[in-house]
Design a protein around this ligand. Structure first.
Ligand SMILES: [Zn+2]
Length: 600
């Protein structure tokens, strides 16, 4: 019923537009990876601030949990929640050895070869839903996706020819990048840009436990992406004369906030130092360049620009008083702090089982060592593990291939006792486990064709003290990065709150939207703007943000709290969420007192 009403509204808006024009407006989706809305203002990001002032500023925004890049890219690309797209996090368990990831069972998805492998394994399209760029191409529009490796390709993950959707990312011009068409090569050569993407250079330096990370934003690489877009892609689209859909994914500020060397070992300034703000300015500069080019090429007035970020951001804490892993010593980890892979180590230790490294051909992980990428295979054999840990950052995923309810209860018991845990979500098929909520309540159980996690573990978050706590969040994170650097992925409001804005001929002017909005809504709204006919397989879908369109009515959201049964120690997983009809928006979740922004 809700869907029908939304479709009616959308089609009414479309009819009004269709009478005034014969083709849809162009869409530019600009993603500033990891940008927190609370740090955006006229000084830090003037172009974004102006866009949201001119058009629509969304004030009640939502990244989807787990608040990671590829997961939220899949939501933007399809309009579906992660339970349908199967992109549950940046690193997932695939249940087959992935060639592009060195035959790991737990590949990191920000890789064009890996995305090709999972597509091939999972019926040709691991997302199991049409994407907006694929549908736009099929509808005769010009399509391009430019920027960060992984999320860029997820907007048309099956494109391998370079002839249909233009794909330009970190791998362009080298294996396993998607090839450039002859015309793109010609235009890049004429513009003297070269046909190979620059590396991140200095920006890629993460440092280690003794040496601070980078002090440089990702300027050089992104200048090239911006030039490719403004000097080759847009002129080509303009010459064709049809409508276009363009995604520009700025790695900044994410990459700079992860790797920043401003705060080694210290929570302040953490991700609020100069390197992070240079990354924010870099993303904003790129938006400014794209807007200027649209104006110069006479495309601006006919282009809707949508701004979003995949997730917020937090400063990393590696402290725990309960973790066995933190009590051990390692050659390259600050003593008495959490090593990467602490969940895998603590689970193996707590259950008395052997730990193997999926990213080292299943080699056993012995005392004084941690898994090479944090992922773990626990019990059984490396080829047939009882438990799999996919390490991600502010939250991790745990898989139980056998579907054993008893094992799920044991795993939940070990994890719940750790001081770094703030809330557990468990697959419904594994039965009710006190102290946990089902994965289904946060949109993680749908029609996905990749393996569904057994448990999602959210880590403890807090704030260091500032006027807007979502700008100074801290989270325990399972990562190779150091305390004081940056991460995301948790159910803290600092990570779930992303930036969202829109401006252009289809949008209201000067409107601050108080209604809840998410990255799944972005996908749905772009599909409406481009008049795409997409058949849905799963039912976990976002809504068209009709209130942001001229004459659109404001929806009536409701705020809700869901609480699990207490476990034996009295721990309760609490979820704060909002609804618009059947559509859910997840604000924060975890154990009361251990999640930033959670109302018990
Ligand atoms: Zn990130």
């Amino acid at each position: 019923m809700r869907l029908f009403a939304a479709a009616m509204l959308a089609s009414a808006a479309l009819t009004a537009q269709a009478s005034a024009q014969t083709k849809p407006h162009n869409v530019l989706l600009f993603v500033a990876d990891g940008l927190r809305p609370g740090v955006v203002n006229e000084t830090t990001a003037p172009n974004m601030t102006a866009l949201m002032k001119r058009g629509v500023r969304f004030d009640n925004t939502h990244s989807l949990f787990p608040t990671f890049t590829t997961a939220n890219a899949s939501a933007m690309a399809t309009g579906h929640y992660l339970g349908d797209t199967g992109d549950f996090s940046n690193t997932i368990y695939t249940a087959f050895p992935v060639p592009g990831a060195g035959d790991s069972l737990t590949p990191f998805l920000e890789n064009d070869a890996v995305l090709g492998d999972v597509d091939e394994h999972f019926s040709g399209n691991y997302l199991n839903e049409a994407t907006i760029l694929r549908a736009a191409h099929q509808a005769g529009l010009s399509t391009a996706t430019v920027g960060k490796l992984g999320p860029a390709l997820i907007f048309d993950p099956t494109e391998r020819s370079g002839e249909q959707t233009v794909v330009v990312d970190d791998s362009t011009g080298r294996p396993p990048g998607v090839p450039l068409s002859a015309e793109m090569k010609r235009r890049l050569t004429e513009a003297e840009l070269g046909t190979q993407a620059p590396t991140r250079g200095e920006n890629g330096q993460a440092g280690d436990f003794q040496h601070p990370g980078t002090l440089a934003a990702n300027v050089g690489q992104q200048n090239w992406f911006a030039d490719v877009t403004t000097k080759a892609v847009l002129p080509m689209f303009r010459a064709r004369g049809n409508a276009f859909a363009l995604v520009f994914w700025s790695r900044d500020p994410d990459g700079s906030q992860h790797n920043e060397g401003d705060s080694l070992g210290r929570l302040v300034p953490g991700i609020n130092g100069p390197t992070s703000f240079a990354g924010i300015k870099n993303a904003d500069d790129d938006l400014g360049k794209l807007e200027a080019a649209l104006k110069e090429q006479g495309l601006y007035d006919d282009t809707d620009i949508i701004l979003t970020s995949d997730h917020g951001f937090s400063t990393i804490s590696k402290e725990s008083a309960t973790s066995f892993a933190a009590s051990q010593s390692y050659a390259d980890v600050t003593p008495h702090t959490l090593p990467m892979g602490f969940v895998a180590i603590d689970l193996a230790h707590g259950l008395g089982k052997q730990l193997f490294d999926p990213d080292k051909a299943g080699a056993p992980v012995g005392p004084g060592a941690y898994p090479s990428k944090g992922n773990g295979l626990i019990g059984g054999t490396p080829h047939d593990p009882e438990i799999v840990v996919a390490t991600n950052g502010g939250s991790d995923l745990i898989y139980i291939p056998s579907g054993s309810k008893e094992l799920a209860r044991q795993v939940a018991g070990v994890l719940a006792a750790e001081d770094y845990t703030s809330g557990l979500f468990v697959q419904s098929d594994l039965g009710e486990i006190p102290g946990t909520l089902p994965l289904s309540v946060v949109g993680l159980e749908g029609s996905a064709i990749t393996p569904m996690p057994a448990i999602a573990i959210n880590f403890r978050t807090f704030a260091t003290g500032c006027a807007d706590p979502t700008t100074c969040g801290v989270e325990v994170a399972d990562t190779v990065l150091q305390q004081g650097q940056g991460m995301h992925g948790s159910f803290s409001r600092a990570d779930t709150r992303n930036i969202m804005g829109a401006a252009g001929p289809s949008f209201r002017a000067g409107f601050a939207d108080p209604a809840p909005a998410s990255n799944a809504d972005i996908g749905r709204t772009v599909a409406m703007l481009l008049r795409l006919n997409i058949e849905d397989r799963g039912k976990l879908i976002g809504r068209v943000l009709t209130e942001a369109l001229p004459n659109g009515a404001l929806p009536h959201p409701e705020s809700r709290v869901m609480r699990s049964e207490p476990d034996a120690a009295g721990r309760v997983t609490v979820l704060n969420y909002q609804t618009v009809g059947d559509t859910r928006y997840f604000d924060a979740a975890g154990y009361p007192g251990r999640t930033l922004g959670l109302q018990p």
